[in-house]
Structure formats: C-alpha cells, structure tokens
Ligand binder design. Sequence first.
Ligand code: COA
Length: 172
Amino acid sequence: MKIGIYPGSFDPVTLGHLDIISRAVKVFDHLIVAVMVNPQKHCSFTAEERITLIREAVQDDNIEVVAFDGLLADYAKMRQATAIVKGLRALSDFEYEFQMALTNKKLNPMLDTLFLATSAEYMFLSSSMVKQVASFGGDISAFVPPSILQEIQERLSRRSFDGNTGNRRGLS
Ligand code: COA
C-alpha cells in the first residue's frame, strides 16, 4: 500500500490546502494529513481545533487526519510512508521546501518529497493572510471551505479584539 503524508501547520486549513489534498489522494492508496509543529510559528488554533477543521472539510475514507509534535521523518518511518507531499506556490517557496526535502531525506533515506504545483487561484493564498483578513472582519469565503467558514470567521474575529483595552490584538 502506498502511503503519503501531507504535513503542515494548517492554521487554519484553506482551499489551497484542500486542493493539494484532493489531488494527492489520487496518487496514494492512503493519505495522512499531519498537523505538525513549525517551531518558528505561534499558532492561533490549537492542534485539536486544526484537526477538527480539516476533518469537517475532508470526507474521504482514504484520508486520515492526525497531529504529531515530533520530527516528520520519524513519523513517516513509523507509519511506513514513502513520500511527503508539499504544495509549491511561488518560486519563493522553493528554496525553503528544497532544504526541508533534503533534510527529511537525510533523516529518513526511504522518504521522498513529492511537490504538486498549487492551482493558479491559490498561488498567493496563505493561512496568515486568511487570519489577517478575518481579524479585520473581511470576507474569507473565497479562501476557506463553506463548511467551516463561519467557525473560522467567528473564532478569528473574536481573537482579534481585546475587550480590556478596546484595541485590536496582533495575530501571529
Ligand atoms: N495553498 C495555499 N497556501 C499554502 C499552500 C497551498 N497549496 N501550501 C502552503 N501554503 C501556506 C500555508 O498555509 C502556510 O501559510 P502561513 O505561513 O501563513 O502559515 C505557508 O504556505 C507555509 O506552509 P508550509 O510550507 O506547509 O509550512 P508550515 O509551517 O505550514 O509547515 C512543517 C511546516 C510543519 C511541515 C515543518 O515545520 C515540519 O515538518 N515540522 C515538523 C518538525 C520537523 O520535522 N522539522 C524538520 C523539517 S526538515
């Protein structure tokens, strides 16, 4: 059985991520969407919340959604996955993604990284952008699936306002 892993922070999941998931699941028998820790980021949603949002947006028996807070290369070995799937947006993603792919391969020589080109309409989308627009009360319906739109909008607009000071809080 061919097992692939699609890792990310997914803070929150967007239509861009779902585009990659729907295409990657056709390549593997089983796809694991792994909510991982990027130590350089401070997430707005807990790991449990991020998992729930992805599960609400993805309904496919061949897709599993998990959280793991260790090394991706170790998790892939544990799950006998043969490839990591990543979406490449612009050229600016390339250097960082290439570095991660080579590091993961060094840590787990059985593990390859498969890059899928992001669909044109999601080329400039990112979770941070969604959070910023939502925190100012903007419309994020073009960026996240309808099934979780309200949940994300309520959660982020609530977070962005500090009831004590009346100021907007900065989102990470
Ligand atoms: N469409 C839209 N947006 C996309 C996208 C797509 N197809 N693909 C990525 N993005 C966005 C993400 O939402 C994210 O936005 P943000 O920076 O605003 O949060 C951004 O592009 C970067 O995504 P990604 O490259 O997947 O980074 P990440 O921080 O979400 O995930 C981990 C990085 C978690 C996979 C990585 O840190 C990791 O593997 N951690 C585990 C520990 C480990 O093994 N470390 C060693 C790695 S070599």
